[in-house]
Design a protein around this ligand. Structure first.
Ligand code: ZN
Length: 339
């Protein structure tokens, strides 16, 4: 009951990359960088296990950014001529690579870190990849000329890698779709279908993470414009409830998402955000257990997975470690309270 997990990313140690940045520069190259990525992955697996998490991940230590890390292994993408583009409906600017030719995988994308993680933990292993719609929103298209076509082209590539990750022994494959909360109509119309294409044929557990973004200033400012009740999920959850995806992750603690939105996900596992990623304040076990208690009004016990609201990548290592511990302890307390 209440199997704990994180949304995906964790801070990179200072010896691996610049700290507290969304697009950090690596601190080394070649074999040395590869070794550093491996060391950081193992460190975070141990930290997640020590915190008592039931489902662990690689903390995304081997990728610079959650979208661009995947694109680096895609043929047809020009990384040498990045352009500035407003992303998430112009919420903030990013330097993004361009699509310049038909898309094709150069080879495996995440074999190294997935196999490494699998070899070093007996707990359930979750692996994250960007969802097709979010990729489309984080790249400049100079070739396909159609968002839906481009999304399905990416979905095919994601599917190839997902099937390979499943063969590596990954238990849960999660696609991150923050764009679902920005382009709600498109998400319901074709975003969920593209997501299902990415997950096609998978027999492991499949998941989607939909959030209000990392705890960076641009996102915090945007959240202030969303009013007292955040109803974005209302549009996409019914489509997800009908989809083949098994688990859905949503923000809860310290958000203005009405908890009754979770009812729209009946029949799905719900990863409930019980840890705020936009504040360095550490949640107490009581606060985490209380959030789980609130969610229990709308989600069945065996379908509730306490999780972080979003990734912890831009936070300090110290804060992230304390938040992992709070998640583990809060879920343990909730098991006592609600079993
Ligand atoms: Zn997120």
């Amino acid at each position: 009951m209440f199997e704990t997990c994180i949304a995906g990313s964790l801070p990179k140690p200072a010896w691996l990359a610049e700290t507290q940045k969304l697009w950090p520069q690596w601190k080394s190259q070649g074999d040395e960088l590869r070794q550093s990525k491996a060391d950081a992955t193992l460190l975070w697996i141990k930290a997640q296990e020590d915190a008592g998490l039931d489902i662990v991940g690689d903390g995304e230590q081997s990728r610079q950014h959650f979208v661009h890390g995947f694109l680096e292994q895609v043929e047809g993408i020009d990384f040498d001529h990045k352009v500035k583009m407003g992303i998430r409906d112009n919420r903030y600017d990013a330097m993004v690579p361009q699509v310049v030719a038909p898309l094709k995988l150069k080879g495996r994308v995440h074999a190294f870190e997935a196999q490494l993680a699998r070899a070093h933990t007996t707990r359930k292993l979750k692996f994250t990849m960007p969802g097709p719609m979010t990729i489309v929103d984080t790249v400049a298209d100079n070739y396909y000329g159609d968002k839906v076509k481009l999304a399905f082209a990416f979905a095919e590539l994601l599917n190839q890698e997902a099937l390979a990750l499943q063969a590596d022994g990954v238990d849960i494959i999660q696609f991150d779709e923050p764009a679902f909360n920005v382009y709600m109509k498109d998400a319901a119309e074709w975003g969920v279908k593209a997501l299902e294409r990415a997950a096609q044929g998978l027999t492991c557990t499949t998941a989607v993470h939909i959030c209000y973004g990392y705890g960076i200033q641009a996102n915090n400012d945007w959240k202030k414009t969303l009013g007292d009740e955040w109803k974005q999920y209302e549009q996409v959850f019914p489509a997800l409830a009908k989809s083949a995806i098994n688990q859905v992750s949503l923000e809860c603690y310290h958000s203005h998402v009405p908890p009754h939105m979770m009812k729209l996900l009946e029949g799905k596992d719900v990863m409930v955000g019980v840890i705020d990623v936009a504040s360095d304040e550490i949640e107490t076990a009581e606060q985490v257990a209380d959030t789980i208690g609130t969610a229990l009004q709308f989600v069945a016990k065996d379908r509730l997975f306490p999780c972080t609201n979003c990734g912890l990548a831009p936070m300090s290592r110290e804060v992230a470690l304390a938040k992992l511990k709070a998640l583990g302890e809060g879920a343990a307390l909730a098991r006592k309270r609600y079993s």
